[in-house]
Design a protein around this ligand. Structure first.
Ligand code: 5GP
Length: 190
């Protein structure tokens, strides 16, 4: 997706060979026009998958997932990284290791927002090792729902998340695939 690749090249900053900073357009300041275009792109890619709901992880997945849900005209459900006193009832949880923080968190969603039998599209900002996506898959399985696709805004193809997901045979759409990066270059896979 050209608009996204341009934003990555013009505004992204590889802080080392493994981590890309995109806080000027994706996860701190948000380029809403770009998120809208990303949502339209995912919705077009997954239009035949009979998506019942879009699922994402707080907080960086919310912007692209919200526009995807808008274009597919389905609800958006946000999995939480932290629970609170007011989050009660029948909860589904699984442990996930955070790529950027190196710590574990309990990914949590209310069962009522992930109904049994629903076809779920998972959207996230980045795919690195695949831990977040596997956490989402684990909750979808616990809910007895089905995964019909995974949409990733930025895939770091030199890490093994994409390979792990491809082995499961799930349709994955990554809008920008980074082959290699360093402090002064970012190279994409075509
Ligand atoms: P994974 O679970 O696939 O290892 O990592 C995916 C999650 O880690 C994403 O939800 C994203 O928030 C975060 N993440 C992974 N790599 C990067 C990166 O290079 N930059 C930023 N900003 N976040 C990342």
């Amino acid at each position: 997706m050209k608009m996204l690749k341009d934003a990555i090249l013009n505004q992204g900053k590889a802080i080392n060979e493994h981590v890309l900073l995109v806080d000027s357009f994706l996860n701190h300041q948000v380029d809403v026009a770009l998120m809208d275009a990303i949502g339209a792109e995912f919705a077009a890619f997954f239009k035949d998958k009979k998506v019942d709901r879009v699922l994402t992880i707080e907080s960086s997945g919310i912007a692209p997932a919200a526009f995807t849900a808008k274009y597919l005209n389905v609800p958006l459900v946000i999995m939480k990284k932290q629970t609170s006193k007011i989050m009660t009832g029948d909860l589904l949880q699984t442990e996930v290791r955070s790529f950027t923080k190196g710590t574990e968190y309990q990914l949590t969603v209310k069962r009522m927002f992930l109904p049994k039998g629903d076809n779920v599209l998972f959207i996230d900002d980045f795919l690195a090792s695949g831990e977040a996506a596997f956490g989402a898959l684990s909750l979808i399985k616990k809910a007895e729902a089905s995964i019909c696709g995974i949409g990733i805004v930025i895939e770091k193809s030199f890490q093994d998340g994409r390979k792990r997901l491809d082995e499961l045979g799930i349709p994955v759409c990554s809008l920008a695939r980074i082959k290699h990066m360093s402090s002064n270059t970012i190279e994409f896979l075509e």
